[in-house]
Design a binder for this molecule. Structure first.
Ligand code: MN3
Length: 259
């Protein structure tokens, strides 16, 4: 009903969108998931989120597009299960871990990640899992995802030679991550770009990680991220995934990181 209503004219559509955006702030995570699985109103429900604060909250934010938005590169069923089951689980479990370990869930999740050696394995797995997925959703958009621009594009070229060379190196990191994990583009302490990977739900913010930096872009190479469509062909998933990269989002994180 909501989707049909928004088609009537632009003014009503605008008002409807505004009302629905207000409604979403009052919904719980489970209500959002129920909404997301029933129809295609999700894109207009997503609030505007600053790229640099994505992942700092302990709460799962609405997916910034519909489950179908990334087709054909990532199928809707994979997105639905990934967001509403896997990622929702990390969000719930990080809150449970926070309650057990006296962590204020209004604090910055990145602060916890940077001191993760002082917390439980449950916190490490789920704080990482939650942060990584919040970042991952926003690293993607409906194709075509465009291309890097401005100072970020210059940094890519200076660091890797070209965008294509960057993609090759990043894809190699993703392909060669043994088992489950993530590949990353980060800004290091030296303000330079670097590519690496982490196992399981670790990420480069963690003090326990051997690969460190501020993550700009990450790809989930757990089998749940691609197996329904790509089965054992992780390399094909990675190649397809580059069509979805939201370079504006990545560039905004870069700009913040080098300040
Ligand atoms: Mn995942």
């Amino acid at each position: 009903m909501l989707a049909q209503e928004s088609n009537k004219n632009s003014r009503r559509s605008f008002i409807g969108t505004t009302v629905k955006a207000a409604m979403v702030t009052a919904l719980t995570g489970s209500q959002l998931n129920a909404l997301a699985s029933t129809n295609k109103v999700l894109p207009i429900l997503a609030p505007a989120v600053s790229p640099v604060v994505v992942g700092t909250s302990f709460t799962q934010l609405p997916l910034p597009y519909a489950y179908t938005a990334l087709e054909p590169f990532i199928d809707a069923l994979t997105m639905e299960i990934h967001y509403s089951k896997h990622a929702a689980g990390y969000a719930k479990n990080v809150q449970d871990a926070a309650a057990a370990e006296n962590v204020n869930t209004n604090s910055n999740l990145e602060d916890v990640l940077q001191k993760i050696s002082g917390y439980s394995a449950k916190m490490r797995n789920n704080a990482g899992g939650h942060y990584n997925h919040e970042l991952f959703w926003n690293c993607m958009k409906a194709a075509p995802g465009g291309a890097p621009t401005g100072t970020f594009a210059t940094a890519i070229n200076n660091s890797f030679g070209s965008l294509e060379a960057f993609k090759t190196q990043f894809a190699d990191a993703a392909k060669n991550r043994f088992g489950s994990g993530w590949a990353w583009l980060v800004v290091g302490a030296d303000k330079k770009l670097a590519i690496g990977s982490t196992a399981n739900q670790d990420n480069p913010l963690m003090d326990v990680s051997t690969f460190k930096g501020f993550p700009l872009l990450g790809i989930d190479v757990w089998e749940h991220a691609y197996y329904l469509k790509y089965q054992n062909k992780r390399a094909d998933y990675i190649t397809a995934w580059f069509n979805l990269v939201n370079w504006d989002f990545v560039a905004a994180r870069y700009e913040k990181a080098i300040q």
